[in-house]
Every structure is written in C-alpha cells, then in structure tokens.
Write a protein that binds this ligand. Sequence first.
Ligand SMILES: Nc1ncnc2c1ncn2[C@@H]1O[C@H](COP(=O)(O)OP(=O)(O)OP(=O)(O)O)[C@@H](O)[C@H]1O
Length: 918
Amino acid sequence: MIKMQSMQAVLKQYFGFSSFRPYQKDVIDKIIEGNDSLIVMATGSGKSLCYQVPPLVVGKTGVVVSPLISLMQDQVMSLKQRGIRAEFMGSSQTDSTVQNRAESGQFDILYMTPEKACLIPASFWSKLLSVGICLFAVDEAHCISEWGHDFRVEYKKLDKLRGILVDVPFIALTATATEKVRTDIVNSLKMQNPYVTIGSFDRPNLFYGVKSFNRGQSFVHELVQEVSKFVRRDGSTIIYCTTIKDVEQVFKSLKELGIKVGTYHGQMDSKARAESHRLFIRDELDVMVATIAFGMGIDKPNIRQVIHYGCPKSLESYYQESGRCGRDGVASVCWLYYTRSDFAKSDFYVGELQTESQRRAVVESLMAAQQYCLLTTCRRKFLLGHFGEKVSADKCGTCDNCISSKRERDMSREAFLLMACIQSCGSKWGLNMPVDILRGSRAKKIIDPQYDKLPLHGLGKDYSSNWWKALGYQLISSGYLMETVNDIYRTVSVSPKGYQFLSSAGPDHQAPLILPVTSEMVDDEDNKHASGEVGEIKSLATVECEGFSEAEKQLYHLLLEERRKLARAIGTAPYAICGDQTIKKIALTRPSTKARLANIDGVNQHLVVAHGNNFLRIIQDLSQGLNLTLDGEATVQTAFTRKVYPVSNQPKKLTPAKFEAWKMWHEEGLSIRKIANFPGRPAPIKELTVHEYLMDAAQEGCEIDWIRLCDEVGLTRKVFSDIQCAISKVGSSEKLKPIKEELPEDISYGHIKTCLAMQKYGISLDVIPSNLHNAQKAGQLSNKETESSPCSTRTSPIEGPCEAETLVQNSVATLGENEETASVPLTWGQTVKLPKVHFEDALSKKRQKLSSPDDGNSIALKATESSLFNWLKNKDGVTLAEILEHFNGSEEKSVIDLLSCLEGDFLIYRKNNMYMII
Ligand SMILES: Nc1ncnc2c1ncn2[C@@H]1O[C@H](COP(=O)(O)OP(=O)(O)OP(=O)(O)O)[C@@H](O)[C@H]1O
C-alpha cells in the first residue's frame, strides 16, 4: 500500500499524470519486487514509464540501454524537464564528468548505448552496485534477435552483464516481437523466470488508410497541397519514403509551397541529421520527409499524420513507423501510398543476404506488406492478426475499408480469362506474364515460348496491366489463386477453388463472381486519376479544438506559441514542458492559482515550481485580452466528445433496424426506453438491444452524443473508472466475461461495451459529467424510463480561489541548507537557481504537521485542513458532495478552499471529480 501511494505520488509529481495506463502499475510493482520482466506492448503505450518510475520510488539508479543516441538525448531532455536526474553515456557525450557522477549514484536514470554498456570497465559497475542500481532495462529489445526486423550485433553481447549485475532485475521492452523473438530475448539476456506482459498491439486512435499512386510530379504536387492544408490545420506530419530520391523530390515540392519542412536520411552527415531531428521535435519544422533511418523511439506526442510514400518492406516496420503517430492518444491518421513496382523490390531488399531462409523471410515480409496494401477488408484486423492478436469484430470503423462503402461488381468473365491464362502458361510465373499475354504483348519473353499463339493472347486489352494485377490479388485473397515463394521468386497458380470455377465455366458462360472494385480498378474504370483521391485526407483529418469557443481556440494557439518560446529559451522541446492536450485543458480551465494549475492532468510539479508563475501570468493576460474569465468551468467535455465521421445516409453495413434506432435516438431525441417500446413495433425489444444498435451505429461512423448516452445508461465516472481498472486487471478487453466478473453485479455488459467503445474512439473520461442528469443506478439499463434531456456540456469543477500558501513557498520551506539546486527560468528566457524540491520530504513533513483525526459524531462537523486530510486518508476516493455531507458544519466555499490548499500541497489529488490522498 505504501509503495502504491509512492508510485501514485511519483506519477503525479514527476510526470503530471493522474492514472497509470493499463499494465504499467503491475509491471512497475514486479520490477520493484526485483523480477526480471519482458514487456511487449503497443507503440506509444507508455512502456518507458515502467522503467522510469521504479528508480524514483526506490531511490536507486535505473540503467537503460537504448539503440540510438538521438533517442537517448530526447528521453534525457524530457526527463530533465520533469525534475528527474537523467543523463546518457555514449560516444557523443561531451560532459566528461558524467561517468564519475553516474558511478556515485547521482542519476535517477542513466541511459547508455549497448556498446558503452559492454565496454565500460567492471569497476564502474561495482561502484554503481555499491551505491544502488535498481534495474537494467533494454529498450527496443527486439534488436537482440536475428529474427527481429532490426537486429543489432552489440545487443547480443549484453548477456555478459548478467554475471556482473547479479541481483539486478533485467527488463526487456519492445513493441514488436513474435513468439520466436520473445524467446530469443529471454534466452539472450539470460532472464530468470521473467514476468511477461503482452499487451494489445492496437492503437485505437490511429486511422489506417491505403491508396495506390504513381510517382509522377503531378501526384507529388497534389500530395504536397494536401499535406500543406493538413499541417496548417492539424499539426506535425512525417512522410516516410523508400528512397533518398523520393525524399528529395517530396521535400523540394513542400519547400516550394513554403512549408517548414526538413529531411532525414542516411546520406546526410550526422550533424545535419541531428539538427533536422532537433528542429522537428521542437516544433520548428512541421513536416519531416525521411527514410526509415528516422523513427525508432521518436516520442513527439503531437504527430498527427504519418504518410508512407511507397510500400514499406515489412508490416513490422510499418507498425513501428506509423506508431510515431498520435502518441498523446488524440485521433491521428496513417496513410500508405503504394505502386505496383514497390512489390517487386525483393531483389533490392534481399541485397547481400546469404542463405535462402534469410531471403525467404525478407520476401515473406514484403508479401505481408503487399497483402496489407491490397486488402479490401478491415486493415486493423489484418495488422493485429499479423502480430498474433485475434480480433472478433470484422470491422474496426477507423480504417478506409471499414468506412467507405466499396463498389462491387460481377467480374466472372475477367476472372475466367486470368485464371485460364495462368493455367495455360503452366502456373510457373508471377502475375506479370499472364497479364502481358492477356494484354497482347509481343515482347520477346512472350514470342519465344509462343505464348502469342494462345487463344487468350490479346483478349484483355481493355484493361490496364495494373487493373489485371489488382484483379489477380483479389483472386488470391478470395482463394481462387495461390501465390507461392521459391527463393525470392513468386509464382501464381490456380487453387482447387479456382479449378472448380474454371471447370464449370467456358469463354461465354461463367457463374457470377462478385468482387470489390479496388481503388486501382476504380482509377482505370472511371478514368480517374489517383491524385484526385488524395483529397480524402482532408475529410478524415482530426477535428482540432472541437467544442472550443472562438476565444478559447485563440487562447489555445497563443498558449502553444508561449510554450514554444519558453522551450526555445530553455533549450528543450515544447512537448517536454507539457503536452498539447494539457495546453488544451489549460486553455479551457484557465487556472488562476498554482493549485488549480497543478490539478490539470499532464502538469507535473517541476512545471508548477519552475514555470508556474509565468504560466499563470500569461494565462491571465491572454484571457483578459480575449475577454475570457479565469477559472472557467471546463467545457472540456465538448472538446473531447469527438465525432466519428458524419454520416448522412445509412451506412451500408448497418441494418435498417439499427439505422432507424440510431435516427430515433440521435435525430428525434427519443430515449432508449422509448425506442425499445416504440408503438410502431410489432413487439417491444430489449433496451439492451437498442443500446447495442447504437454501439453498432457508432462503429459505422454515426455520430453519438456520448454525454447523453452515458447519462442514459448510468455510466458514471466511477463506473467508467471501475471498468478501466477491471480491464487493466484482466489485461485485455478482448473478452467481456472476465471483465464483468471483476466488477460489481450492478455494472452491466452495456456499461462495459459503452466504456470500450468510448476508449476505442479516444473519447476521454472527461466527457462524463460528475452529476449525470438522468443517471440511473448502474445495471438498471432496462428498468427505468430515461427521458432524453438536452445534453449537458458542463461539469461542475470545484470553484473558489485558493488562499493557501503556494506550492513553491511550501516546498522551499521544507528544504535544508545544502539542497541541490536546479536551473530554471524566472520569466520566459531568464534563468535563476531554484532549490530542488524533494517531494517525499515535503509530503512527510506536511503529514507530521497534521493532527489526529477529529472525525467524530458531532452533529455539525467542521472541516479543517487536518480533519479533512485525515478523514480522506481512510477513504478510497470521495466526491465533493460526500465531503460536504460529512463536514456538515462547514460552508461549501470554505471546504473547497481547504481542498484546493491540500491539492496545492500535493497531499491530495482529484481524479474524475473524486478526491483522494496521494
Ligand atoms: N500513465 C500515463 N498517462 C498519460 N500519458 C502517459 C502515461 N504513460 C505514458 N504516457 C505518455 O505516452 C507517450 C508514449 O509513451 P512511451 O514513449 O513510453 O511509449 P512506448 O511504449 O515506449 O512506445 P514506442 O515503443 O513506440 O517507443 C509518452 O508521451 C508518455 O509521456
């Protein structure tokens, strides 16, 4: 329990977060207990926190091995902005004192390259061991395995440290690891009975889409126009190209449009690459055009779009690279553009590989990426399936294939021609040969084997070669054709299912064969240029600042600019100070005191201590200029009630009954109960069924007012967070039953499904008002009439100014003479020495000051700072209403003031409008 409180305190104090993400708490616990651990979790899921928190809890150094200097530098920069003592050791470290300071235990977190870890003398380790080392973490651990997609030889040598760091827990972390790679990691690092955590690979806030394109200048022109619009509206973009030539071409076109763009590739010298990287993460560049040399571990949270300009060489690298997108959890988009020629690059990727099995692995990886490109079903399901994760739903609702209603038509004649042609030329070629025959080619490769004499020669001239290849891949994915790999060569043959079709057909008669018209086919059939389709990016872009008033929007942008200036002045990245989402919350709540600022999710203690006064002054000045009041009631909910995609017509996959139910609820405002018992029905249906209809409608992109829905089904913040806890305990949201079993009886499947849907669409808990108008008792979804009411868009945050001494004063008061100091700016740009705050000391001293509980039976109980604190100590979180009920002898305003003071002192915190002890 004590450890838990410390973990929670560390989380808020240093990171500014009020809750752990799934798995984090358990993993941290296990590490603190001394277990070796293997952590396989999605990109951007927060793995780093698992090794960053333990050193702060136990007060010993955590050593982290990381493959890239730039990655380590970014991490160190961010940690320093959180008041954490972090450094890196590697060839580019210019500070010669780092090693001495490291071995005497002066760092909480110490990063090093694998080379450094292996080469540093044993005396370094023994000195560090004597002062205390709490973990040895290997980040991007898939680099250990030759089976991983990014093998590094030096990683293989880390095992020799096992004999030196005998009782130190070894932690391996990666976002992509097949079973084979996982076993390799555990064996290579000689892990002993490791605690293994494998989370979901899903990134629910990412939209996945694919398009075919041609590498012509006109396409590049269209693309850069769209990117420039996107950048202006939504934010940072990375464009990954497969060649340096493409990088240069796209870069040049963007530059000509006046976009702030940089490049990153292997032919740039290391200084130029580092500068480009630095400018991008510091928001000085809006677009980075790069080869895959740029990427692993980039944790700039506000990248809103990742475009692949050309098919990647494997789905593993696609997942890693697209995983740079939307790391703050906000909806973001990942587009992949491919051309047919990308699929023929096996020769290029196979390069120097010696063995057939290595070459085969590369070809198979490329084939999986090709399959992803040509898919007509849910891309997310395919991607997750590739990593061994089963998804029962056929549609995710947030990929291009799930949201667009694809055209289909009978292609039996064309399928007959292609399959017959493959059969006629002996099934020993890929798709190119039969397609060239059908298109009547007279190339040498056709004439020599006399394929021009085949009766099918020239019968397929009406379609382009790309059209035929698209059909070929449709037939492969629907099982009429089979593709086989021989060394690096692929051949296509007719499958038993295809034979069946051929044997019952002839040139003039075939059974109907309905297939989707893919985007490549559409281009051909409608004579439509691929470039015209780029425009779709726009309609799928994230909706920034939805629900903000005009003035709040302005304030948000001004605050972003102020954060950027501050970051520049202190030489850090804006996101290291705090994330965009935190700035949004500041723009909406406009705190007037440090206590209120500290209460915002994402605000850590270092920010409050070092920059709090400046932030408050700027918030005040800007708000005044925009006629906004301070301590505004957060219209936060509306800001995060993101619409999915507006739908005017019935989505194709939604049955009329479901669409009707959604229209009655959404457009006519009828309650779920009214819809279930609608007089027009032959017989009433269950309310739970109506609720499920609404969930299906949401899945199909219909707009849902989540506040109203939560209100109707009784999904309170408490219920929502109970469900989140249950999910994190179960470790997966794939099956509902185990989650339900972790929860009280009165929390229904309906609640769980709503909660999951909201998580999936990235809808924050903040949307749920603290006092639901109609909130039924949980679990009574089908029992009570819940007339719909106009949706409340306002919560009731705690009001009233805080007259408490400020956090800085408190903290300074607890410091001894010899406390360490940290350099922080006084105003934007100036720096002074501020005492380094030891939070635990402050906390314990504050606790000692408090007297024993005066929780009595008196009729009118008065709240004091200490009585309030002691009473809260025994509670698992209470609402303001409950506090007021208990301390019935105190005025609401004075209770709120006391709470603000305790919050300001970091003794209590507020989460989902519940007050808890840190
Ligand atoms: N509990 C939390 N609450 C809010 N944000 C969090 C939490 N934990 C981590 N984050 C944020 O999530 C982002 C991603 O975290 P992190 O860099 O650790 O991801 P990762 O799992 O290592 O991903 P990758 O494998 O792609 O590098 C970071 O910006 C981090 O600050």
